[in-house]
Design a protein around this ligand. Structure first.
Ligand SMILES: [Zn+2]
Length: 118
């Protein structure tokens, strides 16, 4: 059993040179958990990977805290400011605290983006 936490953040070399060969073993299984880190990294491509017939290559469960409408916003900072689906938070997170923290921190990130500091 291979368990990768924050899988989008590990080295691509580590994934392809070490983990992929292990997945070739008959009894290998992998659980990879991560924030996707945007649509253009290897992890996002992995979770979208399909067989030749179009069936998903991996069994992917996606949980998100950004609503469908906010996913259409032009920047990742604006998307992450979504507070419309706090009912999807895992039970160990507080909706009120989540909204309070993200409302303030995301506004800071947006202002840093707009000021060219990020
Ligand atoms: Zn939203």
């Amino acid at each position: 059993m291979i368990i990768i936490d924050e899988a989008a953040y590990i080295s691509v070399d580590l994934f392809f040179e070490t983990i992929c060969p292990l997945l070739g073993m008959e009894t290998a299984a992998m659980i990879a958990i991560s924030t996707p880190l945007g649509p253009f990294n290897y992890f996002s491509k992995l979770i979208q990977l399909t067989e030749e017939d179009g069936t998903p290559f991996f069994n992917v469960k996606q949980l998100g805290t950004v609503c469908v409408e906010c996913l259409k916003l032009p920047t990742q900072a604006e998307m992450l400011a979504c507070t419309h689906v706090t009912d999807r938070l895992p039970p160990w997170k507080s909706g009120a605290r989540y909204e309070h923290i993200y409302k303030h921190l995301i506004m800071l990130v947006i202002s840093l983006f707009e000021g060219g500091l990020i």
